[in-house]
Design a protein around this ligand. Structure first.
Ligand code: GLN
Length: 208
């Protein structure tokens, strides 16, 4: 998939943010703050120039449709199969899930995470809330997580690993190989550690 080295600036990793819809800017500025060289990906040629991809929050049905319109669905699936690191937040997690519950008719995902994800799992009144999550994998303080009409991971298949759950036990973060999926939005609460973990994978993938 990779057409050239990601080392475009001195030591900078070339990372894509899928820029069809959603909170692209928040991810791009966080990744830039962490030293990455960010490319907004809207077409397959752009995907071929990155060593990792962030799928932002937004509306999974819209991102799904636009990815097919722009001819990106198959290239993204192929990139995932080939081991390219991908971080998906909220709608991005839905798009990484192998199985989507409460999807709309005809909704598809890229897949890759062996999970069942339910869209809009927190329903009407509680559409947005913040929670403090223990994420044993991350060093330091608990994670302040912003949930905005977020999905929940209802089943974690044998291929995937749960990373964090709400107090009631519902899983909200999962990883599998080089895929990381979060129900919430670290990019808007100033939480950088998931993006750092993703960038570590991107570095290993780029040099591998
Ligand atoms: N409810 C949205 C969806 O189904 C996800 C919300 C979000 O990404 N903040 O795609």
């Amino acid at each position: 998939m990779r057409a050239e080295s990601s080392e475009t600036r001195a030591g900078a990793l070339r990372v894509g943010v899928l820029a069809l819809q959603g909170d692209v800017r928040e991810h791009a500025s966080l990744l830039e703050r962490l030293g990455a060289d960010v490319l907004r990906v809207r077409r397959p040629e752009e995907l071929a120039h990155v060593d990792g991809l962030v799928i932002p929050g937004g509306e999974s049905t819209t991102i799904d449709k636009l990815s097919r319109t722009f001819g990106l669905q198959e290239p993204i699936r192929e990139a995932i199969r080939s081991g390219m690191p991908v971080l998906g937040t909220c709608a991005g997690l839905i798009l990484l899930a192998d199985r989507v519950l409460d999807s709309i008719d005809g909704q598809e995902s890229f897949g890759g995470l062996d999970v069942d994800v339910r869209r809009n799992a927190f329903g009407g009144q509680r559409e947005s809330f913040e929670a403090v999550l223990d994420v044993p994998l991350l060093d330091g303080d608990p994670v302040r997580a912003a949930f905005i009409r977020g999905p929940v991971i209802e089943q974690v298949g044998p291929g995937a690993t749960a990373l964090a759950a709400l107090d009631d036990g519902r899983v909200v973060a999962v990883e599998q190989g080089a895929l990381l999926g979060l129900s919430f939005h670290p990019e808007i609460s100033g939480e950088v550690r998931f993006h750092q973990r993703f960038l570590d994978w991107v570095r290993a993938h780029a040099n591998g």
